[in-house]
Design a protein around this ligand. Structure first.
Ligand code: FES
Ligand SMILES: [Fe+2]
Length: 362
């Protein structure tokens, strides 16, 4: 890429910036796909997901080549996807496999729809929208979430559906000064940025904060309901934008992931996964595995109310930002947290990286 093109990318409007498709994005939760096809959209690409007879997930362009209707309205028949309109069937590579009313003299038309690399991992469906050849070296992988299956972590998932460009969402997640919005609704307060670093793949910010909760006694859960039991204490609050996703830790007790699915320039879907650690309960670790699994499964979703509440407040602010931007795109905003500048730089750098292999998706 020439320097002039690079400068043009750096100077472009962050609120319309495209994605770098050469990463694994999350398009659905595993439990959303049972025996029926599911239509999803990522960066204006309409895609249909379905499970074959072995339970393996496949991803095809969501458009029947016959009359352009959505294949997600059809059915899964064995390992094939059948269109609702005339019953044409397609295999997992997107090739037309059969037409129910074809006579002996007719041949199947050579119609092919796109198929996409897709993986089911850690409770989510990960899709790769970029150049499939880039996957050959096995160095582009879905974000690791070791806590998902680990017996010492209790998970809660909240889905973010937001009428806003993905840059507004990640800026919200990286700017811990917005604790002001949540007041004592969240686990910490008084964040103060201490360190900021980054490269072409990630931005890391470390804040010093005061945490309300300490998960070290079996009755620690009571702190959620009885505020006098809370003891404010200092903890490091680390937030990382590992493009295109987000990871955060608060001391040793909490870890949160946000897995992104940018739907289009003005709409973002994301999955927020909150983990509470039970690492401090050594005696619990000596119990039989089946029992620990039972505890993990039974407590799934225990932070739901808190997480959904935080998401609701954030979405309200982000949608107002997007609305204000659409009303007056030229109007300047004022920022004092250097993390935001780093985040915007990374988004633009990633766009530049995608254009270097000529598959820029804008
Ligand atoms: S439109 Fe799909 S089979 Fe006719
Ligand atoms: Fe928030």
């Amino acid at each position: 890429m020439m320097d002039s093109d690079r400068n043009a990318t750096q100077g472009r409007d962050i609120r319309t910036c495209g994605i770098n498709p050469n990463h694994w994005y999350v398009v659905a939760g595993s439990t959303e796909i049972k025996d029926r096809p599911l239509g999803v959209t990522i960066w204006d690409h309409s895609i249909v997901l379905y499970r074959d007879t072995l339970g393996k997930i496949h991803a095809l362009e969501n458009r029947c080549p016959h009359r352009q209707v959505k294949l997600s309205d059809g059915k899964v028949i064995g390992n094939h996807l059948e269109c609702a309109y005339h019953g044409w069937q397609f295999n997992s590579q997107g090739t037309c496999h059969s037409i129910p009313y074809l006579n002996e003299k007719q041949k199947l038309p050579k119609c092919q729809i796109n198929s996409y690399p897709v993986e089911e991992l850690n409770g989510f469906i990960w899709l790769f929208l970029g150049d499939p050849q880039r996957l050959e070296n096995n160095d582009i992988l879905p974000l690791a979430i070791p806590e998902w299956d680990h017996l010492n972590y209790i998970a809660t998932v909240s889905v973010i559906e937001c009428r806003g460009h993905f840059s507004f969402v990640i800026e919200n997640l990286m700017d811990m000064y917005h604790g002001h919005l949540h007041q004592n609704y969240q686990a910490w307060t008084d964040a103060n940025l201490k360190e900021l670093s980054g490269n072409e793949q990630r931005v890391e910010a470390i804040y010093e904060a005061k945490s309300y909760y300490k998960i070290d006694k079996i009755w620690s859960i009571c702190q959620l309901f009885f505020s006098p039991l809370r003891r404010l204490h200092s903890e490091l609050l680390k937030v990382s934008y590992i493009y295109p996703h987000w990871v955060s830790t608060l001391g040793e007790d909490f870890k949160i992931y946000c897995l992104f699915c940018p739907v289009n320039r003005t709409y973002t879907k994301a999955y927020l996964i909150h983990f509470t650690s039970l690492n401090a309960f050594v005696r619990l670790h000596k119990l039989p595995i089946w029992f620990r699994q039972f505890i993990k499964d039974s407590l799934f979703g225990s932070a739901q109310k808190m997480l959904d509440g935080l998401v609701k407040q954030d979405v309200m602010m982000i949608e107002q930002e997007q609305e204000a931007y659409l009303q007056d795109k030229q109007r300047r905003t004022h920022e004092v947290n250097p993390t935001i500048g780093q985040v915007q730089k990374l988004i633009k750098q990633q766009l530049t990286l995608s254009s270097e292999v000529n598959i820029m998706i804008e």
